[in-house]
Structures are given as C-alpha cells and as structure tokens.
Design a protein around this ligand. Structure first.
Ligand SMILES: [Zn+2]
Length: 341
C-alpha cells in the first residue's frame, strides 16, 4: 500500500472539507471560492481589495527535472489562465436566488433545462415571459485562481498556507483584465501599458478591484504600475502553492448538476421522461469525479468528457510523472451563451 506524503494528505483533507461544505451549502461547491457578492462577500459596496491572479492550474507541468536541473517541458502548451463557465441565476418562489452551472459550460450541445426554458420564454409573445427568459439565460463567468492581499501581505489560511481560491469575474472585470494583459483597449491611455502575463509569479502585477457603491453600477479593476513577485523566494509557506491551484474545468464539471436535478430544481418537479426512472444521484457532490451524466431523455448523447482523474491535480507537483494530456482545447475557449445575442 502506498503512503501519502504530508502535502497530498493535507490537500485531500482540504478537498474533502470543501466537498462536505458543498453538500451542505446551496452552491454545491467543491473548491474554495472568493464571493464577490452575498452574505460572505469579500468586500462591501464601494470598497476595494487587492488581488493577484495566479497562473494556469497545470503550471506545475511546465517544468521537468532533467539531470538534476529544471527545464521547460517541451510538451507543455501555454493556454488561458482562466476558464469560461456558464451559469444560470434565478429567484425561486420565496425570492431566494439560485445559481447553477450550465451543462453547456463543457459541451455546447449538452441538454440544459434552464437554457431550454430560457429559449422558450424568449420566444413568447408576453413581455414578462421574455424578461424572465433574459434573466434565467446562461451568463458567462470567468474563473481564475487568485490570492487576495497585496505583495508581501497576501492572505494566508489559518494553517499558514497561501489562501488560493477561485475568483469568478463577470464581463466588465474580465475585459479590464484582458486589456491590462494585451494592451488592447478602447481607452488609448490604457492601451499604451500592455503588461503581458500579469499572473507571472516572478514579475506579474497586482490588481485592485473595486465593488460599485450602487448595485447596478460596474465593478472596476486597476492594475499596479510596477510588477512584483507573487511571494518572497524560498518562503517555506509558499513552497507548495502550485499544487494548491484549483483545476477550474474539472471543478465546474464536478459541480454541474444532471439534467434531471436541474429540471427538478427549476420546475419543482421531475422531467416528464424521467418520472419512471428516478435519479440515483441527487446532489452534485455525489458525482464527485464522475463524468457528467447523460440525460435519460432522447436526443443526441454528447460524448462524455475524457476520463480525467480528479486526483491528478493533487499530484501535479511530481516531476517524475509524465505530463497529463492538456485540458481539452475547446473547453477553455470563450463561448457565447447559447441563444443570446
Ligand atoms: Zn444552460
């Protein structure tokens, strides 16, 4: 029987705790996340916080140990540091907001009861219906790995590790982040200061993110004028930070509920075709590590995601292991929500 290193054991405990939390919470979370709104919001209306975006979740694969020296892995392909997920929001009868991942986050042909309902409502002759259709339609959420706190003062966990979590940002903040990196902007001043990869741990840039004072105003991001390191070199507290990055597509896959569960949650009843075959996995966390389930209804069955190992990220730091196949390319590409202009 193999033994677990302290590092892996600690990571597994952390993930198990997140899963248990997800089972109890409304969001079905399986990884820690920074909340930008709601009762656990990181910042109050009108306030700001510093954040540092982190490299891609598989960054530990970028280097391989060869003859005692770290070298760049020729098989590693750079890709987006973020993952674009689709989510649905709606208020239930009691006015409580519901939020779920859309099954089309990974496969744009996947059946989704919320997308289907939105499309139907948008085609209605009734204006209220069309508004409701707009409200529940899929929205893009750009997911990053991040730490909060400025250089030298990053937020740590109670156990003394860097508090790396998922930071979800919506369109406006995402556009700002892109313009800091690429220099492309409608604003000529901003365009003059392309900073490249602001997530680079050696010489990236901190962000200051400001929450609007009024609910419907826009979030704002400012980029530090000077680059800075993510952490002090050889700081033991940061020794394993790369292994603490959240595999974002895998997290969304784990947390995406099945068609029947989504249907039940939105309509308050089982989908017609599933009535005689009750689902055996009512919670998202129960599907931990499984490929997304296919709906029992007819129609084209999407190919299941390739068999990715949910624990792979826990071992990402091991240089002796051959690098895993890169995440499927199309999943990381931004995509328009279905049925939206
Ligand atoms: Zn959907």
């Amino acid at each position: 029987m193999g033994t677990l290193s302290d590092k892996v054991r600690e990571r597994m405990r952390q993930q198990a705790a997140a899963v248990r939390e997800g089972l109890q919470g409304s969001g079905g979370r399986t990884a820690p996340m920074f909340d930008l709104t709601g009762k656990n919001a990181l910042v109050q209306a009108g306030g700001s916080f510093f954040a540092r975006l982190l490299p891609r979740w598989d960054i530990a694969q970028k280097f391989v140990l060869k003859d005692g020296k770290w070298e760049q892995n020729p098989q590693y392909e750079d890709d987006f540091i973020f993952f674009v997920a689709l989510e649905h929001w709606w208020d239930d009868a009691s006015g409580k907001p519901n939020r779920v991942w859309c099954p089309r986050s990974h496969d744009e042909a996947a059946p989704c009861p919320l997308c289907e309902a939105a499309e139907e409502l948008l085609g209605s002759a009734d204006q209220d219906d069309r508004q409701q259709g707009k409200r529940i339609g899929a929205r893009r959420s750009f997911l990053f790995n991040a730490v909060v706190g400025r250089t030298g003062k990053r937020q740590m966990t109670p156990e003394g590790h860097p508090d790396i979590r998922v930071l979800p940002v919506a369109n406006t903040l995402f556009a700002s982040i892109c313009s800091f990196m690429t220099g492309d902007s409608d604003d000529e001043d901003a365009a003059a200061f392309a900073r490249g990869d602001i997530s680079d741990p050696r010489d990236g840039y901190d962000l200051m993110i400001t929450r609007p004072a009024k609910q419907n105003d826009r979030w704002k991001a400012d980029c530090a004028p000077q680059s800075s390191p993510l952490c002090a070199p050889n700081d033991p507290a940061w020794g394993d930070w790369m292994t603490r990055l959240v595999d974002l597509p895998e997290m969304v896959r784990r947390e995406t509920k099945t068609y029947e569960v989504l249907y039940q949650q939105y309509f308050g009843e089982a989908p017609p075709a599933a009535a005689e075959a009750p689902s055996a996995s009512p919670t998202p966390a129960a599907g931990w590590g499984e490929a997304q389930q296919q709906p029992p209804t007819g129609g084209p069955a999407p190919a299941p995601p390739s068999g990715s190992d949910p624990w792979a990220s826990a071992f990402a730091g091991s240089p002796s292991v051959a690098p895993p196949a890169p995440a499927p390319g199309p999943a990381a590409r931004p995509r328009r929500p279905s049925g939206r202009p």
